[in-house]
Design a binder for this molecule. Structure first.
Ligand SMILES: Cc1cc2nc3c(=O)[nH]c(=O)nc-3n(C[C@H](O)[C@H](O)[C@H](O)COP(=O)(O)OP(=O)(O)OC[C@H]3O[C@@H](n4cnc5c(N)ncnc54)[C@H](O)[C@@H]3O)c2cc1C
Length: 199
């Protein structure tokens, strides 16, 4: 279940409890806008000096217009406190002032990036980048093909992809043409007499 829906469905007690989000990108921005319509107060904890570097302008404007969103920049979460598996407070460190602050928080949401689930590929011979995303582009004619002929990569897991739904869907459509081209080439090679085949 989406954690944000959990908050929305939690009733008045949950709505009054403190909520915080960690992150300074668009996902954190969208969540902050949504959450601020559901709960009394949202703290947005951002490691960098501001929102502008990684967040779309329209989201920055919407967030700064919400009186119940407090933006804490140059700040990191240093500790979580609670009992019986329930969060009660978070401690934060301001890198600007050096100050340590404690906030009563019941719900903490993290929007600090994603790790590709590609460990299982590490011994396959498919090339990954230093963060584990799958490299494509080994064949200039089939840009979504990996270094292994006939193995393709699309969407978020592809190294250097845009990480957007429309881009992933577009690559899904594009890869079909590349697969056809690959299979056609394979068929041509299979039809060539053995002594004229190029490997
Ligand atoms: C919080 C959040 C907000 C976002 N907001 C937006 C937005 O507003 N607009 C936008 O355009 N994009 C947004 N995105 C990005 C968007 O979700 C992705 O770009 C898009 O989902 C990528 O599609 P995909 O198919 O490549 O990957 P995914 O949607 O991640 O799908 C990958 C699938 O593969 C499955 N999988 C993983 N490993 C294996 C395995 N070993 N075997 C089988 N299956 C496996 C996963 O479970 C998953 O179902 C957002 C992302 C997040 C996290």
């Amino acid at each position: 279940m989406c954690p944000l829906l959990g908050v929305a469905a939690g009733g008045t007690a949950v709505r009054r409890a403190g909520s915080a989000l960690v992150g300074g990108g668009n996902s954190a921005g969208q969540a902050a806008v949504y959450l601020s319509s559901q709960v009394a107060k949202v703290r947005l904890i951002v490691r960098g000096p501001g929102l502008e570097a990684n967040m779309s302008r329209y989201l920055v404007e919407r967030i700064t217009a919400r009186p119940n969103v407090e933006i804490l920049t140059e700040t990191t979460v240093t500790a979580l406190e609670g009992q019986d598996g329930l969060l009660e407070a978070i401690r934060c460190h301001s890198h600007r002032s050096g100050e340590e602050k404690k906030f009563a928080i019941r719900h903490l949401f993290l929007f600090i990036g994603a790790d590709p689930n590609t460990e299982w590929l590490s011994r396959s011979g498919v090339m990954l980048d230093d963060k584990g995303f799958v490299r494509a582009g080994a064949n200039i004619h089939r840009p979504l093909e990996t270094n292994l002929p006939g193995v393709f990569t699309i969407g978020d897991v592809r190294s250097g992809s845009v990480k957007r739904v429309a881009a992933a869907v577009g690559e899904g459509a594009q890869v079909v043409a590349e697969l056809h081209a690959f299979l056609a080439e394979l068929g041509d090679r299979a039809r060539l007499p053995a002594n004229t085949r190029r490997h």
